[in-house]
Design a protein around this ligand. Structure first.
Ligand SMILES: Nc1ncnc2c1ncn2[C@@H]1O[C@H](COP(=O)(O)OP(=O)(O)OP(=O)(O)O)[C@@H](O)[C@H]1O
Length: 280
Protein backbone atom coordinates (compact mmCIF):
# COMPACT_ATOMS: atom_id res chain seq x y z
CA UNK A 1 0.00 0.00 0.00
CA UNK A 2 1.24 3.48 -0.76
CA UNK A 3 0.01 6.88 0.22
CA UNK A 4 -1.51 7.09 -3.24
CA UNK A 5 -3.80 4.18 -2.50
CA UNK A 6 -4.99 5.21 0.90
CA UNK A 7 -4.85 8.94 1.46
CA UNK A 8 -6.55 10.90 -1.30
CA UNK A 9 -6.70 14.10 0.72
CA UNK A 10 -3.26 13.93 2.27
CA UNK A 11 -1.98 16.94 0.38
CA UNK A 12 -5.22 18.84 0.46
CA UNK A 13 -8.00 18.66 -2.08
CA UNK A 14 -9.35 21.57 -4.14
CA UNK A 15 -12.35 23.40 -2.82
CA UNK A 16 -15.32 21.18 -3.44
CA UNK A 17 -17.84 22.08 -6.11
CA UNK A 18 -21.22 20.54 -6.78
CA UNK A 19 -20.59 16.88 -7.62
CA UNK A 20 -21.98 16.20 -11.09
CA UNK A 21 -20.88 12.57 -10.95
CA UNK A 22 -18.43 13.24 -13.80
CA UNK A 23 -14.70 13.71 -13.42
CA UNK A 24 -14.45 16.09 -16.39
CA UNK A 25 -17.09 17.96 -18.39
CA UNK A 26 -16.06 19.73 -21.59
CA UNK A 27 -18.90 21.98 -22.72
CA UNK A 28 -18.93 23.70 -26.12
CA UNK A 29 -15.23 24.51 -26.04
CA UNK A 30 -13.85 26.55 -28.95
CA UNK A 31 -10.40 28.02 -29.31
CA UNK A 32 -9.02 30.48 -31.84
CA UNK A 33 -5.38 31.41 -32.05
CA UNK A 34 -4.37 34.66 -33.71
CA UNK A 35 -0.99 33.58 -35.06
CA UNK A 36 -0.42 36.73 -37.11
CA UNK A 37 -2.63 39.79 -37.31
CA UNK A 38 -4.45 38.54 -40.38
CA UNK A 39 -4.29 34.81 -39.66
CA UNK A 40 -6.74 33.14 -37.35
CA UNK A 41 -6.48 29.42 -36.54
CA UNK A 42 -9.63 27.67 -35.37
CA UNK A 43 -7.85 25.09 -33.20
CA UNK A 44 -11.09 23.81 -31.65
CA UNK A 45 -14.73 24.23 -32.61
CA UNK A 46 -17.59 23.46 -30.23
CA UNK A 47 -16.11 20.40 -28.51
CA UNK A 48 -18.31 18.74 -25.84
CA UNK A 49 -17.95 15.46 -23.96
CA UNK A 50 -18.09 14.10 -20.42
CA UNK A 51 -15.62 11.78 -18.71
CA UNK A 52 -16.77 9.42 -15.99
CA UNK A 53 -14.74 8.96 -12.82
CA UNK A 54 -12.06 6.30 -13.24
CA UNK A 55 -12.42 6.27 -17.01
CA UNK A 56 -9.50 6.27 -19.46
CA UNK A 57 -10.17 8.54 -22.45
CA UNK A 58 -7.91 8.94 -25.48
CA UNK A 59 -7.90 12.05 -27.68
CA UNK A 60 -6.91 10.85 -31.12
CA UNK A 61 -6.71 12.37 -34.57
CA UNK A 62 -4.43 13.60 -37.31
CA UNK A 63 -1.80 16.27 -36.72
CA UNK A 64 -3.28 19.70 -36.00
CA UNK A 65 -6.76 18.53 -34.94
CA UNK A 66 -6.38 20.27 -31.57
CA UNK A 67 -5.56 17.36 -29.23
CA UNK A 68 -2.82 19.18 -27.31
CA UNK A 69 -4.77 22.43 -27.23
CA UNK A 70 -7.75 20.62 -25.71
CA UNK A 71 -5.57 18.90 -23.11
CA UNK A 72 -3.93 22.21 -22.20
CA UNK A 73 -7.35 23.84 -21.79
CA UNK A 74 -8.46 21.02 -19.47
CA UNK A 75 -5.21 21.46 -17.52
CA UNK A 76 -5.79 25.23 -17.26
CA UNK A 77 -2.59 26.07 -19.16
CA UNK A 78 -4.61 27.61 -22.00
CA UNK A 79 -7.90 29.48 -21.89
CA UNK A 80 -10.80 28.53 -24.15
CA UNK A 81 -12.12 31.31 -26.40
CA UNK A 82 -15.60 30.13 -25.46
CA UNK A 83 -17.17 27.24 -23.57
CA UNK A 84 -16.22 25.78 -20.21
CA UNK A 85 -14.37 22.85 -18.67
CA UNK A 86 -15.38 21.48 -15.27
CA UNK A 87 -13.31 19.10 -13.16
CA UNK A 88 -15.19 17.47 -10.28
CA UNK A 89 -18.07 19.84 -11.02
CA UNK A 90 -15.87 22.94 -10.61
CA UNK A 91 -15.16 25.31 -13.50
CA UNK A 92 -11.47 25.32 -14.48
CA UNK A 93 -9.94 28.80 -14.36
CA UNK A 94 -6.27 27.79 -14.17
CA UNK A 95 -4.01 24.94 -13.03
CA UNK A 96 -5.07 23.16 -9.85
CA UNK A 97 -4.20 20.31 -7.52
CA UNK A 98 -7.08 18.30 -8.93
CA UNK A 99 -5.12 17.79 -12.20
CA UNK A 100 -1.65 16.45 -12.94
CA UNK A 101 0.02 16.44 -16.32
CA UNK A 102 2.67 14.29 -18.02
CA UNK A 103 4.32 15.62 -21.17
CA UNK A 104 6.05 13.86 -24.06
CA UNK A 105 9.42 14.68 -22.49
CA UNK A 106 9.60 14.71 -18.70
CA UNK A 107 11.60 18.01 -18.60
CA UNK A 108 13.27 17.14 -15.30
CA UNK A 109 15.46 19.55 -13.36
CA UNK A 110 18.98 18.25 -14.18
CA UNK A 111 20.51 19.25 -10.85
CA UNK A 112 17.95 17.34 -8.83
CA UNK A 113 17.68 13.60 -8.21
CA UNK A 114 14.59 11.62 -9.19
CA UNK A 115 13.36 12.06 -5.63
CA UNK A 116 14.16 15.78 -5.69
CA UNK A 117 12.28 16.21 -8.95
CA UNK A 118 9.16 14.53 -7.58
CA UNK A 119 9.43 16.56 -4.36
CA UNK A 120 9.69 19.80 -6.34
CA UNK A 121 6.00 19.95 -7.24
CA UNK A 122 5.08 19.39 -3.61
CA UNK A 123 7.35 22.21 -2.36
CA UNK A 124 5.43 24.88 -4.21
CA UNK A 125 2.27 23.49 -2.68
CA UNK A 126 3.53 24.02 0.84
CA UNK A 127 3.80 20.37 1.91
CA UNK A 128 6.11 19.92 4.93
CA UNK A 129 9.54 18.45 4.09
CA UNK A 130 9.20 15.13 5.93
CA UNK A 131 5.87 14.53 4.26
CA UNK A 132 7.28 15.56 0.86
CA UNK A 133 9.97 12.90 1.10
CA UNK A 134 7.49 10.22 2.08
CA UNK A 135 4.97 11.10 -0.64
CA UNK A 136 7.68 11.35 -3.33
CA UNK A 137 9.13 7.97 -2.32
CA UNK A 138 5.67 6.39 -2.47
CA UNK A 139 5.08 7.87 -5.92
CA UNK A 140 8.44 6.63 -7.22
CA UNK A 141 7.73 3.15 -5.82
CA UNK A 142 4.37 3.16 -7.59
CA UNK A 143 6.11 3.71 -10.95
CA UNK A 144 8.77 1.07 -10.19
CA UNK A 145 11.72 3.37 -9.46
CA UNK A 146 12.49 2.27 -5.90
CA UNK A 147 16.09 1.56 -6.93
CA UNK A 148 16.78 4.87 -8.70
CA UNK A 149 15.48 7.55 -6.36
CA UNK A 150 18.91 9.11 -5.85
CA UNK A 151 19.92 9.19 -9.50
CA UNK A 152 20.11 12.41 -11.50
CA UNK A 153 18.31 12.75 -14.86
CA UNK A 154 21.52 12.14 -16.88
CA UNK A 155 21.80 8.75 -15.15
CA UNK A 156 18.27 7.72 -16.17
CA UNK A 157 17.05 6.08 -19.39
CA UNK A 158 14.24 7.68 -21.42
CA UNK A 159 11.70 5.31 -19.88
CA UNK A 160 12.95 6.03 -16.37
CA UNK A 161 12.68 9.79 -16.98
CA UNK A 162 9.08 9.35 -18.11
CA UNK A 163 8.43 7.31 -14.98
CA UNK A 164 9.76 10.20 -12.87
CA UNK A 165 7.45 12.55 -14.81
CA UNK A 166 4.54 10.23 -14.06
CA UNK A 167 5.51 10.00 -10.38
CA UNK A 168 5.73 13.81 -10.23
CA UNK A 169 2.17 14.08 -11.57
CA UNK A 170 0.83 11.33 -9.29
CA UNK A 171 2.50 12.72 -6.16
CA UNK A 172 -0.02 15.52 -5.88
CA UNK A 173 -2.72 12.84 -5.96
CA UNK A 174 -4.78 14.51 -8.69
CA UNK A 175 -8.34 13.45 -9.48
CA UNK A 176 -7.47 13.56 -13.16
CA UNK A 177 -4.22 12.60 -14.86
CA UNK A 178 -3.62 14.33 -18.20
CA UNK A 179 -1.01 12.85 -20.54
CA UNK A 180 0.28 14.36 -23.80
CA UNK A 181 1.90 11.68 -25.98
CA UNK A 182 3.69 10.34 -22.86
CA UNK A 183 5.21 7.28 -24.51
CA UNK A 184 5.79 8.43 -28.08
CA UNK A 185 9.47 9.26 -27.55
CA UNK A 186 10.25 5.82 -26.09
CA UNK A 187 11.50 2.73 -27.88
CA UNK A 188 8.81 0.18 -28.77
CA UNK A 189 9.57 -2.29 -25.98
CA UNK A 190 9.74 0.34 -23.23
CA UNK A 191 6.54 1.85 -24.57
CA UNK A 192 4.71 -1.47 -24.28
CA UNK A 193 5.95 -2.02 -20.74
CA UNK A 194 4.89 1.48 -19.71
CA UNK A 195 1.47 1.16 -21.32
CA UNK A 196 0.80 -1.92 -19.18
CA UNK A 197 2.17 -0.19 -16.09
CA UNK A 198 -0.07 2.80 -16.66
CA UNK A 199 -3.15 0.57 -16.74
CA UNK A 200 -1.93 -1.26 -13.62
CA UNK A 201 -1.51 2.07 -11.82
CA UNK A 202 -4.95 3.15 -13.01
CA UNK A 203 -6.49 -0.07 -11.68
CA UNK A 204 -4.77 0.46 -8.34
CA UNK A 205 -5.53 4.14 -7.88
CA UNK A 206 -8.79 4.54 -9.82
CA UNK A 207 -7.48 7.70 -11.48
CA UNK A 208 -9.38 9.28 -14.33
CA UNK A 209 -6.96 9.55 -17.26
CA UNK A 210 -7.11 11.60 -20.45
CA UNK A 211 -4.32 10.70 -22.84
CA UNK A 212 -3.41 12.35 -26.14
CA UNK A 213 -2.09 9.87 -28.66
CA UNK A 214 -1.74 9.76 -32.42
CA UNK A 215 -0.98 6.03 -32.15
CA UNK A 216 -4.23 4.23 -32.96
CA UNK A 217 -3.18 0.93 -31.35
CA UNK A 218 -2.19 2.72 -28.16
CA UNK A 219 -5.50 4.59 -28.07
CA UNK A 220 -7.55 1.42 -28.49
CA UNK A 221 -5.45 -0.57 -26.03
CA UNK A 222 -5.44 2.00 -23.24
CA UNK A 223 -8.77 3.78 -23.47
CA UNK A 224 -12.29 2.87 -22.49
CA UNK A 225 -13.52 5.48 -24.97
CA UNK A 226 -11.78 7.43 -27.71
CA UNK A 227 -12.60 10.97 -28.77
CA UNK A 228 -11.93 10.84 -32.53
CA UNK A 229 -11.01 14.32 -33.78
CA UNK A 230 -10.73 16.00 -37.18
CA UNK A 231 -8.60 19.02 -38.21
CA UNK A 232 -9.37 22.36 -39.91
CA UNK A 233 -11.12 23.30 -37.77
CA UNK A 234 -10.21 21.02 -34.85
CA UNK A 235 -13.40 19.25 -33.82
CA UNK A 236 -14.88 16.02 -32.57
CA UNK A 237 -15.84 13.44 -35.14
CA UNK A 238 -17.36 10.94 -32.72
CA UNK A 239 -16.77 8.93 -29.58
CA UNK A 240 -15.74 5.30 -29.95
CA UNK A 241 -16.22 2.72 -27.17
CA UNK A 242 -13.24 0.36 -27.37
CA UNK A 243 -14.89 -2.47 -25.43
CA UNK A 244 -11.50 -4.02 -24.61
CA UNK A 245 -11.63 -6.84 -22.08
CA UNK A 246 -9.74 -5.38 -19.11
CA UNK A 247 -9.38 -8.84 -17.57
CA UNK A 248 -6.80 -9.51 -20.31
CA UNK A 249 -3.25 -8.15 -20.34
CA UNK A 250 -2.20 -5.74 -23.08
CA UNK A 251 0.02 -8.49 -24.51
CA UNK A 252 -3.04 -10.68 -24.94
CA UNK A 253 -5.08 -7.82 -26.41
CA UNK A 254 -2.29 -6.90 -28.88
CA UNK A 255 -2.87 -10.16 -30.73
CA UNK A 256 -6.67 -9.94 -30.70
CA UNK A 257 -8.99 -9.49 -33.67
CA UNK A 258 -10.90 -6.98 -31.55
CA UNK A 259 -7.90 -4.63 -31.59
CA UNK A 260 -7.59 -4.89 -35.40
CA UNK A 261 -11.31 -4.17 -35.88
CA UNK A 262 -11.33 -1.19 -33.52
CA UNK A 263 -8.17 0.24 -35.08
CA UNK A 264 -9.73 0.05 -38.56
CA UNK A 265 -12.91 1.66 -37.28
CA UNK A 266 -10.92 4.45 -35.66
CA UNK A 267 -8.78 4.97 -38.78
CA UNK A 268 -11.93 5.54 -40.82
CA UNK A 269 -13.33 7.96 -38.26
CA UNK A 270 -10.24 10.17 -38.15
CA UNK A 271 -9.90 10.15 -41.96
CA UNK A 272 -13.51 11.11 -42.56
CA UNK A 273 -14.06 13.84 -45.13
CA UNK A 274 -16.82 16.39 -44.72
CA UNK A 275 -18.91 14.35 -47.16
CA UNK A 276 -18.58 11.33 -44.93
CA UNK A 277 -16.22 9.48 -47.30
CA UNK A 278 -12.96 8.04 -46.04
CA UNK A 279 -9.75 8.93 -47.86
CA UNK A 280 -6.17 7.77 -47.63
N1 LIG B 1 0.12 28.95 -29.55
C1 LIG B 1 -0.39 28.79 -30.78
N2 LIG B 1 -0.44 29.83 -31.65
C2 LIG B 1 -0.98 29.68 -32.88
N3 LIG B 1 -1.49 28.53 -33.34
C3 LIG B 1 -1.45 27.46 -32.53
C4 LIG B 1 -0.90 27.53 -31.21
N4 LIG B 1 -1.00 26.29 -30.63
C5 LIG B 1 -1.59 25.50 -31.56
N5 LIG B 1 -1.86 26.20 -32.68
C6 LIG B 1 -2.53 25.67 -33.88
O1 LIG B 1 -3.74 25.07 -33.47
C7 LIG B 1 -3.98 23.87 -34.20
C8 LIG B 1 -4.08 22.70 -33.25
O2 LIG B 1 -2.81 22.47 -32.69
P1 LIG B 1 -2.55 21.28 -31.63
O3 LIG B 1 -1.10 21.32 -31.27
O4 LIG B 1 -3.53 21.37 -30.54
O5 LIG B 1 -2.87 20.01 -32.53
P2 LIG B 1 -2.50 18.48 -32.27
O6 LIG B 1 -3.67 17.70 -32.72
O7 LIG B 1 -2.05 18.28 -30.87
O8 LIG B 1 -1.29 18.29 -33.28
P3 LIG B 1 -0.04 17.24 -33.26
O9 LIG B 1 -0.64 15.87 -33.33
O10 LIG B 1 0.73 17.59 -34.49
O11 LIG B 1 0.71 17.50 -31.99
C9 LIG B 1 -2.84 23.76 -35.22
O12 LIG B 1 -3.25 24.35 -36.42
C10 LIG B 1 -1.72 24.58 -34.58
O13 LIG B 1 -0.87 25.12 -35.55
Amino acid sequence: MTVLDVAPDRIGSPSAGPDSGYAVEVEHVSKQFFAQPARQVQALLDVSFKVRKGEVIALTGRSGCGKTTLLRIIMGLEQASSGTVKVGGKVVTGCGLDRGIVFQHAELLPWRTALGNVMFGLESRGVAKAERVEIARDALRLVGLDHAMDRHPHELSGGMKQRVGLARALAIDPQVLLMDEPFSALDAQTREVMQQELLDIQARTGKTIIIVSHDLDESVLLADRIIAMLPNPGRMQSILETGMDRALSLDELRGSSQLVERRQELWKLIHTKESGEAHR
